[in-house]
Design a binder for this molecule. Structure first.
Ligand SMILES: *Cc1c(COP(=O)(O)O)cnc(C)c1O
Length: 915
């Protein structure tokens, strides 16, 4: 859809279309393109129901609700039957559950049809393996995506029941009102499904939305953690983690598939029959511990399509086999305990973002999930009785980071040990099936597992990994004879002085036919740094880029209904088709300087800022820190994302401190408050985000933000010109309130460290401007929206190495303004009881080489913030123009575009469109 307009995309597409990648599976591209237009073969689906009974089934076919009245009937039957409640004890929570059950019923009908359709058409299926799905809430999203059908009775709300501009969501809102409920209050009852840490997990959530919307036959596979990412409380300014028991009330969005239980083994030993001489021949793995993986399905509705895809999440259960040897020894308690241990595998999401902790239970989670998913995929494939060689034509598996790398090894094991395929034939199938998405270049985030640990937990898999590596190194040796250095550099096994490790990223590259980064800069960087040797070995074609995206349904329509309404009205698109074709937004550019339109645009922003101010007040124990009379000329400056040194919240808070000190200095030297306000106009600095529980420095940054807030917010002298607030427990549903309210958002990572970023896209989609470094997707955002419409600053990634070197080996001096800031912090200005509290933050800059280059970018950051103030306060028209043009040109960052690119250049998969 963007091919003609977007140089970046057309480049990616055309180059990938021309180059015939020897590793690419399947049909030549041209053929594939053509078959897309031919009627696809319809296969009969097997059923146990005899022909003569089918009529009866058809007679009692379940039906979706389509009108408000049908919804109301459903709602009440769910209150009475499903919840066993009544008119007299139906509260908002019950109303949420009954509404969700009713909407789910509609989705399930479409889910069943979608699965039948996809099975019958037998096109290539895509499986997205992600250890994280940061879904947020489901109900509002389902209402927005709900089809506004035009035909037949077994469908959702029809055009007749929905008057113009009246969506399914409006119909339900009115029905709820008639039933005695307010939709907004009911929606608030839903806990977030927070099965992820940050960007990587949210990307997976946006992808499943776009896959369904694009009618791709695609399933997500993940884990059903009992506890998602912890809930963050701020106590005395410190982060305190509390468990997120999101399943406290029953979850209406999951369908428990108790009939789908996959046995998963761990530990044990390998037995090789006498006749089999080598590790590459079929071997038996005798597992030492067995648990069951049970499936839970979440329906994933597409927007304006009856396609409902599946997100299958596994939970661990004990087997029903009982350890009788223990029992007979009288060790009943121990035997029960061991059974209970099974459940611990899916108990909790590891709360690290961009960091590898290397814990055994985490490896267990990974294998549990990979093995269960692979088993499920293989089982479905085998039903079709196609030859194994066609596996890669039927199935594409995308690995979201290295977390699912064991799936590569597991498929090889299934094919060799269980299906008795020749090693090399099996390996050919494996590599044609998998593709791997890299999410980081940072060493501390690259997964590696001690050989001993992996071999203990998965003895057969370690053998297979050794063999994969052996054959790979053979091929490298052939191509680059006698290059011992190269061999050790690319080996899957890292030979350290102490322990040997399995490098998961290398295994993922070797086992995949494509490797992609998530923004152009990032994809270039991995080719010249961590994967340089693999480019040499495989050639550059194996490596590609797919720039991340976000779903405009959630991040525009759902999060910002007012802006969505203004857009659809302005570009004359009452059915919101722009949410499927974001190039329509370019129409908005015409109005960028139109005064009447600018006013409407600004009014929407004010509304959203008030909404956020309300949230902040609520989170601040009812105390309003934002002066509502001045909200229009208060700049909302927001940085919400995981707290990480590389994301540089410390740079932001040091900037805030600098601003505060400069204001105080002006006052001390006799300036009036008006003069101060002229130089430092109204601003509220908003932070939010979780730190990994064991990440000391990140937690200290949170404490510093709160300590600065305490001082600044209570300093009467500065007359509320500056406010600081840390929003506790940042999550998807909070992001939906926060994102639309930004005037400015901060994406200020050290150049070369943020792979892409996706919140930068969310903010731009909501008309917020960006202050940012030349990093990740900021680069392409700049290209798309124009460099006049973004505030870039700081050093470039190509200079980072040298700057770090200088800190280590030259005497670099810190900028004067930063020295003042650090001195103030060091003097205890923000921690009077404990002046040395923030020493580690200061030391890392002053004495430990300033690895994240805060000092190198500080002056440039402050100067750019001054420029931001100038434009925002002195030239509001210019600001609004930038804001409008940003939204007009944000279309490229729809995850629909992203999924199209994956489908065309990596998966070779086609949509299965409903009739
Ligand atoms: C989008 C999103 C992120 C990712 O933010 P970045 O700034 O790109 O790191 C993290 N958390 C939540 C809740 C999000 O919605």
């Amino acid at each position: 859809m963007f091919n003609a307009r977007r140089p970046s995309l057309s480049k990616t597409l055309s180059s990938d279309l021309i180059s015939e990648d020897p590793n690419a599976p399947h049909v030549p591209r041209l053929t594939r393109r053509l078959t897309g237009f031919l009627p696809q073969e319809i296969k009969a689906i097997e059923t146990k129901i005899p022909v003569q009974s089918r009529e009866l089934w058809n007679k009692h076919k379940v039906r979706k609700f389509g009108t408000a009245e049908e919804f109301e009937e459903k709602f009440i039957s769910h209150v009475e039957w499903t919840l066993a409640r009544s008119l007299y004890n139906c509260d908002d929570l019950a109303a949420y559950q009954a509404t969700s059950q009713s909407v789910r019923d509609n989705l399930v009908i479409d889910w069943n049809k979608t699965q039948q359709r996809q099975t019958a058409r037998d096109g290539k299926k895509v499986y997205y393996l992600s250890l994280e799905f940061l879904m947020g809430r489901a109900l509002d999203n389902a209402l927005i995506n709900m089809r506004t059908d035009t035909s037949s009775q077994d469908v959702g709300p029809t055009d007749e029941t929905l008057t113009k501009g009246n969506t399914a969501r409006e119909m339900i809102r009115n029905a709820m009102k008639d039933l005695g409920f307010k939709l907004e209050d009911v929606l608030e009852q839903e806990p977030d499904a927070a099965l992820g840490n940050g960007g990587l997990g949210r990307l997976a959530a946006c992808f499943v939305d776009s896959l369904a919307t694009g009618n791709y036959p695609a399933w997500g596979y993940g884990l059903r953690y009992q506890y998602g990412i912890f809930a963050q409380k701020i106590i005395d300014g410190y982060q305190v983690e509390t468990p997120d028991y999101w399943l406290n009330f029953s979850n209406p969005w999951e369908i428990e598939r108790s009939e789908i239980q996959v046995p998963i083994n761990f530990y044990g030993y390998v037995h090789r029959p006498e006749s089999e001489k080598t590790t590459t021949s079929p071997s038996d793995w005798i597992g030492g511990e067995r648990v069951l993986a049970m499936a839970h399905d979440m329906p994933i509705p597409g927007f304006k399509t009856p396609t409902v895809n599946n997100l299958r999440l596994w939970s661990a259960k004990p087997t029903t086999e009982f350890d009788f040897s223990k029992f007979n020894n009288g060790d009943y308690k121990n035997s029960v305990e061991q059974q209970q241990r099974a459940e611990s595998i899916t108990a909790v999401l590891y709360p690290n973002d961009n960091f590898d902790q290397g814990k055994e239970l985490r490896l267990k989670q990974q294998y549990f999930w990979c093995a269960a998913s692979l088993h499920d995929i293989v089982r479905r494939f085998k039903k079709n009785k196609r030859p194994w060689s066609e596996f890669p034509d039927a199935i594409a598996i995308q690995l979201n980071d290295t977390h699912p790398t064991l799936a590569i090894v597991e498929l090889q094991r299934v094919l060799v040990d269980l299906e008795k395929l020749d090693w090399h034939k099996a390996w050919d199938i494996v590599t044609k099936t998998f593709a791997y998405t890299n999410h980081t270049v940072m060493q501390e985030a690259l997964e590696k597992w001690p050989v001993g640990l992996l071999g203990h937990l998965l003895p057969r898999h370690l053998e297979i990994i050794y063999d994969i590596n052996w054959f790979f190194l053979q091929s490298v040796e052939k191509k680059f004879p006698h290059d011992m250095d190269l061999l050790s550099r690319v080996s899957v096994i890292e030979e350290g002085s102490q322990e040997r490790y399995v490098r998961m990223a290398f295994l993922a590259i070797i086992g995949s036919h494509k490797v992609n980064g998530v923004a152009e800069l990032h994809s270039d960087l991995i080719k010249s740094t961590i994967f340089q040797d693999f480019v040499k070995v495989y050639g550059a074609n194996k490596f590609t880029n797919v720039t991340n995206g976000i779903t405009p349904r959630r991040w525009l329509k759902q999060a910002n209904p007012k802006l969505a309404e203004l857009i659809s009205e302005t570009i004359n698109d009452p059915n919101d088709d722009y949410l499927l074709d974001m190039s329509k937004l370019t129409e908005l550019a015409k109005y960028a300087e139109d005064e009447a339109f600018q006013k409407k645009w600004n009014d929407v922003k004010q509304f959203n800022k008030s909404r956020l101010a309300d949230l902040i007040k609520r989170l601040n124990n009812g105390v309003d820190i934002i002066d509502r009379d001045h909200i229009r000329n208060t700049l909302f400056d927001i940085q919400v994302k995981r707290i990480h040194e590389y994301k540089r919240q410390q740079l932001n808070i040091f900037g805030v401190i600098n601003r505060y000190l400069c204001m105080k200095e002006m006052l001390q030297s006799g300036s009036s408050i008006d003069e101060v306000a002229e130089r430092y106009p109204r601003k509220v600095s908003i932070f939010g985000g979780k730190s990994a529980p064991g990440y000391y420095m990140a937690k200290l940054i949170i404490k510093l933000v709160n300590s600065v807030a305490e001082v600044v917010n209570n300093d009467a002298e500065i007359c509320d010109l500056l406010k600081v607030f840390f929003i506790p427990d940042y999550n998807v549903s909070k992001a939906e309130i926060i994102t639309p309210a930004s005037d400015l958002s901060e994406h200020i990572s050290t150049a070369g460290t943020e792979a892409s970023g996706t919140s930068n896209m969310k903010f731009v989609m909501n008309g917020g401007l960006i202050i940012g470094t030349v990093d990740g997707a900021n680069v392409e955002i700049t290209r798309e929206i124009g460099e006049d419409n973004i505030f870039l600053f700081g050093n470039l990634s190509e200079n980072v190495e040298e700057l770090r070197y200088n800190h280590q080996f030259q005497n670099t001096s810190l900028p004067e303004a930063l020295v003042k800031v650090l001195n103030a912090v060091e003097s205890g200005a923000f921690s009077p009881q404990n002046a040395s509290e923030f020493r580690p933050l200061i030391d890392s800059i002053k004495h430990q080489g300033d690895y994240y280059l805060v000092s190198d970018d500080f002056d440039s950051y402050v100067a750019t913030q001054d420029l931001v103030d100038q434009v925002y306060h002195k030239d509001k028209k210019e600001w609004l123009k930038k804001s409008i043009l940003s939204v007009a040109n944000v279309g490229f960052f729809s995850s629909d575009r992203c999924i199209e690119e994956y489908a065309e250049t990596i998966w070779n998969a086609e949509p299965v469109k409903p009739e």
